[in-house]
Design a protein around this ligand. Structure first.
Ligand SMILES: [Zn+2]
Length: 332
């Protein structure tokens, strides 16, 4: 008799324990239903919900507009001040100093009109970093700079196919910077040319640029800014340019240039027309015409090549296959 009683007691204990666990589990997964027209209040009915709501709003605004704390912002400002001229990085086999040359493009990208040593700049960088999937420290460091370059590069012309004669228009010499330019170097891809002419008319209409123009709104013959320095280049002509400049490297003359598509325009933006030396690019990025192009060229379908302030490619939005911001964590 003792053994069956013992077994019964064991089964009873196990059964009771199972019921207890099931009851707890059921309690855990029950989600109380709150009617949609009611709100859950915490603490005092009048003040506490408002305080919590304000705290949530403040946190939300901080996350969206000012992601950096005062301490993080101070650190970012100091780092940006140093990196602006001193960050060492490599491009095209050449050692590069800082990112001050790309500052107009950076402020356009982060949608903040502020100096590199301003809190607004650091906060804007942090917001952009978060959108790009980077750690939002507000510092334009090598990783962030690389991600920015990749974003700009992703907006450029993809396929470099040589334009057919039917795709090209022969532009008048008055559109060109050099009035003695050879007649066979005046070709531009048709859509690119139409977009360029629209863009020039808009630039002329912007009186703050003080561009010399004739009565029909065309650039005056004496006005160098916004004129075309170089447009369509045949592969043969590109090869000739490379032979004449054998040490230009990857950052210099490309083997196969977008110019052969007729969709790239070198536009005069000041200084020496197409010299990549820092002193020259520092002049170019501070001209009103370059600043205007950074802000407005996109409206006409033109995208920048960050390294050459004069080089713009006709790549209207419809052709963009890559999102404007890309996730990048590598360092190159
Ligand atoms: Zn070019």
């Amino acid at each position: 008799m003792q053994k069956p009683l013992h077994n019964f007691l064991i089964l009873f204990v196990i059964g009771a324990a199972l019921c207890f666990v099931i009851a707890i589990e059921a309690q855990v997964i029950v989600i109380p239903k709150v009617p949609t027209n009611q709100t859950i209040t915490v603490g005092n009915q009048n003040s506490a919900p408002r305080q919590i709501s304000q705290q949530i709003n403040t946190t939300f605004n901080n996350l969206n507009n000012s992601p950096l704390s005062p301490a993080s912002s101070s650190f970012a400002i100091a780092q940006n001040f140093t990196h602006r001229n001193g960050l060492k990085w490599n491009f095209g086999g050449k050692s590069q100093n800082g990112w001050f040359i790309y500052q107009p493009l950076i402020t356009d990208l982060i949608e903040v009109d502020a100096n590199a040593d301003a809190n607004a700049f650091a906060q804007g960088v942090a917001r952009w970093q978060r959108r790009a999937g980077l750690f939002p420290n507000g510092i334009v460091d090598e990783i962030t700079l690389s991600a920015m370059f990749k974003t700009w590069q992703s907006n450029r012309v993809y396929t470099v196919e040589t334009a057919t004669p039917a795709q090209l228009v022969h532009a008048p010499i008055s559109d060109f910077y050099d009035p003695t330019r050879a007649d066979d170097l005046l070709y531009v891809e048709r859509e690119t040319y139409n977009a360029y002419k629209k863009m020039v008319r808009a630039a002329v209409a912007d009186k703050s640029l003080k561009l010399g123009a004739n009565t029909s709104g065309e650039l005056a013959s004496t006005e160098p800014f916004m004129k075309i320095v170089s447009a369509f280049r045949s592969p043969e002509y590109q090869a000739k340019l490379r032979r004449a400049s054998p040490n230009s490297g990857r950052a210099g003359l490309a083997m196969k240039s977008v110019h052969s598509s007729g969709r790239a325009l070198d536009i005069y933006v000041g200084g020496e027309p197409v010299t990549t030396k820092d002193y020259n690019r520092a002049i170019q990025i501070n001209t009103p015409v370059y600043r205007w192009l950074v802000k407005n060229a996109g409206k006409f379908g033109f995208k920048p090549y960050f390294y050459e302030p004069w080089h713009w490619e006709y790549a209207p939005e419809t052709n963009n296959k890559v999102p404007p911001v890309i996730i990048n964590t590598e360092n190159n």
